[in-house]
Design a protein around this ligand. Structure first.
Ligand code: AMP
Length: 415
């Protein structure tokens, strides 16, 4: 059964909510970017407004046990500020029974970092002399994990997962706990937004659908490209990965980025696209440079005629114009990966232009989703995040969704 929080009556109920409060902290233990906390606030406020109580659980960093540096107490002040109510803290997520029992409706309790226990991830910690020893240790953690999950579940009447950033992990709090709430488990607003955005591209898109896939390596995007062939009409391929395709076709790529062992795969991708009727638009003219730096000499040339000693760094204006035409005729657009070395200002123009085109397409009524690591950083950095339809918050989780994998955190609620 699939549930969203708007359909649930929280009055008189204690809700245990898995959020992703894994925020960056500086040496003074101050939060340097609270985006992830803010992302969960609408869900948390909803439970309180509807008359429920909140038990909030999260991980922070990658502790190997109880570690002061990774304590969630550092972020309580910010959570309190954003929620506008006092927040209590349980300094051991497995020993919160008394605090939970005392929790009244409208109150909030944050549990200490779940990853202080190896049982959260279900993986043994430490060094093992042999594989046998490691296997045995894993069996112990897996066995103890059952009690760990049971304890967390015992605190609440219902379970909400709003941690999209960890939805691709089958951990205690992101997946296993759901089975204790067969009729009282649901997605929070953040998860709901991500799921609906992905479905709008992969399952129920308005055609034509165009994907822009950029980034450095073919090998890291192959899963996405192949899966997208079943959903899209057009595929724009840019960035460093293009040169592997061009070299495989016999072009001269100078010293551009290339994965020699992926050339055959690149040719297979193009063949598959043809079989599936997907039109592929590789960058044609590119900006090349004689050095990987902002003050390198630059020229524009065809991607198959790059002189020795030069490398392709960005999409040239004529390539961007060709892509713009395809994009402005699309009703659904997905963007994953920059089309140039956008970290260097001189080679950020192509990626910047894609952000502008997506903003324009969105204004014209297209649904535009930006998902996965560096393209998210690019639209945010360029100030376009609010001008596209949806910017995903989950790097790995979004990538796995685009590869067509069912995420454990989503499956556990849908089951
Ligand atoms: P990914 O994480 O696979 O999306 O790759 C993102 C990285 O690809 C960014 O760091 C970009 O600088 C890099 N990239 C994009 N275009 C190029 C290019 N033409 N040459 C080298 N690296 C590139």
């Amino acid at each position: 059964m699939q549930q969203f929080i708007d359909n649930y009556d929280f009055a008189g109920k204690k809700a245990i909510v898995r959020v992703d409060f894994n925020v960056p902290l500086n040496e003074k233990m101050e939060i340097t970017d609270d985006t992830r906390i803010r992302a969960a606030i609408p869900t948390l406020k909803k439970v309180l407004e509807k008359g429920g109580a909140l038990i909030i659980m999260s991980h922070l960093g990658r502790p190997k046990g109880v570690t002061e540096k990774f304590s969630l107490k550092h972020i309580l002040g910010r959570v309190q500020e954003l929620l506008g109510v006092p927040v209590k803290f349980a300094d051991d997520c497995q020993k919160a029974d008394e605090q939970v029992a005392a929790l009244k409706m409208g109150e909030v309790l944050v549990l200490e970092n779940l990853r202080f226990y190896a049982e959260e991830e279900g993986k043994p910690r430490g060094e093992f002399a042999t594989d046998e020893e490691k296997k045995a240790a894993k069996a112990v953690v897996k066995e103890n994990q059952k009690e760990f999950v049971k304890k967390l579940a015992s605190y609440a009447d219902c379970y909400i997962n709003d941690a999209f950033g960890t939805a691709h992990r089958a951990h205690a709090s992101t997946a296993l706990i759901a089975e204790y709430f067969p009729n009282d488990k649901m997605f929070g607003y953040l998860m709901e937004g991500e799921i609906k955005a992905i479905d709008r591209v992969l399952k129920t898109p308005e055609h034509p659908v165009t994907a822009i896939v950029g980034g450095a390596k073919v090998s890291s995007k192959i899963g996405i490209i192949e899966n997208l062939f079943d959903a899209v009409d057009n595929m724009i391929i840019g960035g460093g990965m293009v040169y592997t395709f061009i070299k495989a076709q016999g072009g001269k790529i100078g010293r551009s980025l290339c994965e020699d062992d992926q050339q055959e795969l690149a040719l297979n991708i193009l063949k598959k696209a043809e079989e599936k009727g997907v039109k592929v638009y590789l960058s044609r003219e590119v900006v090349i440079a004689d050095d990987f730096s902002n003050d390198a000499n630059t020229k524009i040339c065809l991607n198959s005629e790059i002189p020795d000693g030069w490398e392709g760094m960005d999409a040239a204006p004529s390539t961007l114009a060709m892509w713009e035409e395809v994009l402005m005729n699309s009703k659904t657009i997905l963007w994953n990966g920059p089309v140039g070395v956008f970290e260097i200002p001189a080679f950020a123009k192509g990626t910047n232009r894609i952000a502008e085109i997506l903003a324009k397409a969105t204004e014209n009524g297209a649904f535009t989703l930006v998902g996965g690591g560096d393209s998210v950083a690019a639209v945010t950095q360029m100030g376009f995040a609010k001008k596209v339809s949806y910017v995903s918050t989950g790097g790995g989780a979004m990538l796995e969704s685009l590869e067509g994998k069912e995420l454990p955190g989503i499956a556990a609620i849908r089951k």
